[in-house]
Structure formats: structure tokens, C-alpha cells
Ligand binder design. Structure first.
Ligand code: SAM
Length: 271
């Protein structure tokens, strides 16, 4: 995430290491953006080239530098630029854009608002809020950069946000802090399949088909009343529909650029 003198992202320098290590999150270099952990690997992100620093650190920690790359920030976001988002009366703007509204550091993780699923979730959160809210408690499963949690807390909910990627947890926390909304949210590093039953009115889960199927099979998942689910394409809908719990009914659906969002109401499971 952005720190110190860095006010935006231009070039990204990525270094992939063969193993994770806690010390990789504590690198004190002014150009360090963060450490992404996935599938046992650690990927370090910097604003400037840092091969010597990474090689030294890897040697000290007994790790191997396996790959490196230089990409522009726009390439990293698959060519989708980070922009100002308008959700009803609420504006969300990247920290480098002056103006009113919620501000966010988009970071290098998923969820900077440039993906159709994030935008679908944001607009449905607001829509549902007006039609069926307000909601006291909400859960953001796989919080990414934390934009959904930002909107939910700004609308007045107490939020539990979870992600297994430590960089997402740190960025979501930062984005809540810079908007003075941190006191309304708890951000935890956890596999969403391991969370206790939700005490929430609304669960938002922008994930992927396999993980949604896993969650559908857990009784602890079906303890809220309203659900917004995204992260899948139209061709996956039949399989997902078959796996839904019988108490959950699809009450809304929208498609954007090949991605789908469902709004579900859960009748039977809600306490
Ligand atoms: C598609 S992104 C959504 C990010 C954000 N909620 C949004 O809508 O823009 C999915 C997020 O889920 C996280 N994730 C994937 N599998 C997970 C798991 N099993 N447990 C926790 N988080 C997970 C990823 O790290 C990623 O940040």
C-alpha cells in the first residue's frame, strides 16, 4: 500500500519467493508496497527495482528468489484504470484524487473498484440498503481492498471483514482508518470457510464458484437474512443454483461484462 513519499502507483516491481515468512511483511524500505501470500508463495511489491535487497533478505531467511517482473500499474489491473466511483450519493475516490467523499488506497490486491464484480456489489449494497435496510450488521467475505466494507460502514453497519491474504487485511484496515470508520469494523485474516455462524443481516461474498460452493455446503453460512453473491459467470449459474440451500431464494440478478451478481433472501435459516 502507499506509504511515506509515495502518493500513487506508477511502475510495480514484483519478486516472487518460494516460501512465505513473517519477516517479509516487515520490510522497512520506503519503496516497499507489501507482501502478497498465495499457494505457499510470497510476492513482494515495490515502487522501484530492489533485486539486491530481496536477494539479501532471501539469503538471510533461507528462501529462493524464483521470479521477478516489472509491470505498469495499469497492466497489473488488467488495463482497467482505478477511477472515482459514484454509488448513489456516495463518492469513493482514490487517495490521489482531491475532493469530497470516501477515499481509498486501491493497493495491488483485488477490489480497487475497477472490476465489474466490485462495482456490481457496491451498487447492490446501496440499492438493498434503500429497499430493505438499514442493516445493523454486515459481513464482507474476501474483503480485498476493502471498498465494500467502506461503503457498508459509511451506510451505518457494523462490519466483519475477512480475507486470507494479509495484504488485503492490512489495506482494508488502512482504508477504514483514513475515513475514520475503523471503529465500526473488525478486519480479520481468516479462511472464510472457517468463520463461525454469521450474526449479520447482510452477507456480501464476491468470491469464485468453487469457494461459493464450499460455503453453500456449510450450515454456518446460512444464518443471515440477505446475501449478495458475485464472482461467477452466467455459465456457472446452474451449478450454483443446484447447490443453494432450500431456504435461500434468488430475489435479484444482474449481469455486467460477463459477471453476475445474485441477491438472495434467506427465509428459513434466519434466526
Ligand atoms: C474477487 S476478490 C473480492 C474483493 C472485494 N470484496 C471486492 O468485491 O472487490 C476475492 C477476495 O477473496 C479472498 N479470498 C479468496 N479465497 C479466500 C478464502 N478461502 N478465505 C478468505 N479469503 C479468500 C481473496 O484474497 C480476494 O481478496
Amino acid at each position: 500500500m502507499l506509504r511515506g513519499k509515495h502518493k500513487r502507483y506508477e511502475k510495480l516491481y514484483l519478486y516472487s519467493l518460494n516460501q512465505q515468512h513473517p519477516a517479509l511483511h516487515e520490510i522497512s524500505d520506503e519503496d516497499f508496497i507489501g507482501c502478497w501470500e498465495e499457494d505457499g508463495l510470497a510476492i513482494l511489491f515495490f515502487h522501484r527495482p530492489k533485486r539486491a535487497l530481496v536477494q539479501n533478505l532471501a539469503r538471510k531467511l533461507g528462501l529462493n528468489l524464483e521470479d521477478e517482473a516489472e509491470v505498469s500499474y495499469d497492466e497489473w489491473g488488467e488495463g482497467r484504470k482505478v477511477k472515482v466511483l459514484q454509488i448513489g450519493p456516495i463518492t469513493l475516490r482514490p487517495v490521489w484524487q482531491a475532493g469530497e467523499g470516501l477515499r481509498f488506497d486501491p493497493g495491488v490486491v483485488f477490489g480497487s473498484g475497477n472490476h465489474p464484480t466490485t462495482r456490481l456489489c457496491l451498487s447492490w449494497i446501496y440499492r438493498l440498503w434503500k429497499e430493505s435496510g438499514p442493516f445493523k450488521k454486515a459481513v464482507d467475505l474476501g474483503c480485498g481492498a476493502g471498498l465494500l466494507s467502506l461503503l457498508l460502514t459509511a451506510l451505518g453497519a457494523e462490519v466483519l471483514a475477512a480475507d486470507f491474504n494479509p495484504l488485503c487485511v492490512a489495506l482494508t484496515q488502512k482504508n477504514l482508518v483514513i475515513n475514520n470508520l475503523a471503529q465500526k469494523a473488525r478486519v480479520i485474516r481468516e479462511d472464510v470457510r472457517k468463520l463461525p455462524p454469521f450474526e449479520a443481516d447482510l452477507v456480501v461474498a464476491n468470491l469464485f464458484k468453487g469457494l461459493l460452493l464450499d460455503l453453500f455446503g456449510l450450515p454456518s453460512f446460512w444464518t443471515a437474512k440477505h446475501y449478495l453473491l458475485s464472482g461467477f459467470s452466467p455459465s456457472m449459474e446452474e451449478e450454483l443454483k443446484k447447490a443453494l440451500w432450500s431456504g435461500a431464494k434468488i430475489r435479484g440478478r444482474e449481469e455486467k461484462d460477463g459477471w453476475v451478481i445474485w441477491y438472495l433472501e434467506n427465509k428459513k435459516g434466519h434466526p
